[in-house]
Design a protein around this ligand. Structure first.
Ligand code: EPZ
Length: 416
């Protein structure tokens, strides 16, 4: 069941409950290692990246179990050691274990986290920041060994607001001796969620300024009961899906306060968007309005929704210009969209021009990464006829059940 069959040309109608946030929950799961107690994480999405993280936590000796109310992690009997190879190489998001394990046991040996289709995914910013905190990096049998005789605070300036590097600095900093001042921190909501979780556990973190954090280290952390926010990228995927396929939908529990740039873009595309305590209500325009879109670090437009806007603009009412500033290779779906009749010109490696066509036709297309795969499902909803999206294991890394969700909105979508 690694493909999705879509009967396109049907406007969406109805409401869908938005799942918990993948990019918020992964660093929180890693942070449970710092408490040596039991923590309950509510609204945890059941996605393959979470299952992979759970495998890693169990391999380290944690007791993990899913309950109705969420996932419970007991890290009291964690043993130190190498992370299992098969789990780390396949998943970038385990990189946040680097900071957590350094904070917990001052040493970790792990595979070099792999790059992926969207980019080389270097870790130089992580390494240079952690070195300032007393961490030494060496190579051991082809793996990355990180060890700190004594983890200590530092004054760190990030030249780019890397989300992952910010998370690792926070995870190491709460356990380091002394204070860590981080300038140039990433501002993504997932960072605030991680800080909120750690403060619930007893940490002291000052979100001192626009992008300046002060992490007061050396405090004992305790288990807690924490609820993860809804996933802003999943909500945005369904929001733009409606704008592309037509109709009107309610995205229940969407994290409205984290979606300013997304809602502004949806309105620029002609969507009629209302927010309420229930979530986000959107009514699609007759045809998506073309626009200029540039991705940027938060609070700018999120790179993770660039692909789905590109897919929707394939049927826009004019020429759209899309520029990707975060990852160097996030246009792999262009060739797949062209199979459906899209008219897209690659200006350079970081920008494309999309000339909207009146209709797309169904095709068999290939997902090659998570967000591009979700965008191809949206394109299938827009196209006339029955499309097939293959390689959907990528999509299940971040979407609990994209078929179930779109069916809730009246789409004819089945996994096959
Ligand atoms: C996180 O990735 C997210 N992943 C990504 O979501 C998201 O697209 C990205 O942040 C940006 O918002 C998770 O949270 C698990 P970065 P991360 O470090 O931490 C370069 C999804 O689909 N860079 O902010 O890897 C890097 O190459 C995923 O859910 C360095 O050069 O993002 C990239 O060009 C995809 N050196 C840019 O910075 C470094 O040491 C942004 O990377 C680190 C990063």
């Amino acid at each position: 069941m690694n493909s999705i069959r879509i009967q396109g040309g049907i406007a969406l109608q109805g409401k869908v409950l938005i799942q918990g946030s993948k990019n918020a929950v992964l660093p929180v799961l890693a942070a449970t290692l710092l408490t040596q107690e039991c923590s309950c994480i509510r609204n945890c999405p059941r996605i393959t990246d979470v299952h992979s993280m759970v495998c890693l936590l169990k391999a380290l000796g944690c007791h993990v179990c899913w309950q109705e109310r969420g996932i419970v992690i007991d890290s009291s009997r964690m043993r130190e050691g190498e992370l299992p190879q098969e789990a780390v190489t396949g998943m970038r998001s385990s990189l946040c274990l680097l900071g957590a394990l350094l904070g917990r046991c001052n040493e970790v040996v792990m595979e070099y986290p792999g790059g992926c289709v969207i980019g080389e995914r270097p870790i130089d910013l992580h390494l240079s920041a952690l070195r300032q905190m007393g961490v030494e990096f060496t190579e051991k049998a082809g793996k990355l060994r990180a060890a700190a005789h004594k983890l200590h605070g530092a004054h760190i300036r990030l030249p780019f607001p890397s989300v992952g590097a910010t998370e690792n600095i926070i995870l190491a900093g709460v356990m380091a001796e002394g204070d860590t001042v981080l300038e140039g921190a990433a501002l993504e909501p997932e960072i605030r969620t991680l800080c909120r979780f750690l403060c619930c556990c007893g940490a002291w973190i000052d979100c001192a300024g626009e992008n300046r954090l002060v992490i007061h280290g050396g405090r004992r952390l305790y288990g807690t009961d924490f609820t993860v926010p809804s996933d802003r990228i999943v909500a945005g995927t369904y929001l733009f899906g409606c704008i592309g396929a037509g109709g009107n939908v309610l995205l229940e529990h969407a994290p409205v306060e984290e979606m300013g740039a997304v809602l502004e873009t949806a309105r620029r595309m002609g969507g009629h968007v209302c927010v309420s305590s229930e979530g986000i209500y959107v009514q699609a325009p007759e045809r998506p309005h073309s626009l200029e879109l540039i991705t940027a670090p938060y609070p700018g437009f999120p790179t993770d929704l660039q692909s789905v806007v590109l897919a929707v603009q394939a049927m826009g009412d004019g020429c759209s210009h899309i520029r990707e500033t975060i990852f160097e290779n996030r246009f792999r779906i262009v060739e797949e969209l062209e199979k459906m009749g899209a008219c897209i010109e690659r200006k350079d490696s970081r920008s494309v021009t999309v000339r909207g066509v009146r209709s797309l036709h169904a095709a068999c297309v290939e997902a090659r990464e998570l967000r591009g795969g979700a965008a191809l499902v949206v394109a299938g909803l827009m196209a006339q006829g029955e499309s097939l999206v293959r390689g959907c294991s990528y999509i299940y890394r971040g979407y609990e059940n994209i078929c179930r969700d779109f069916r809730e909105l009246g789409a004819r979508v089945t996994s096959v």
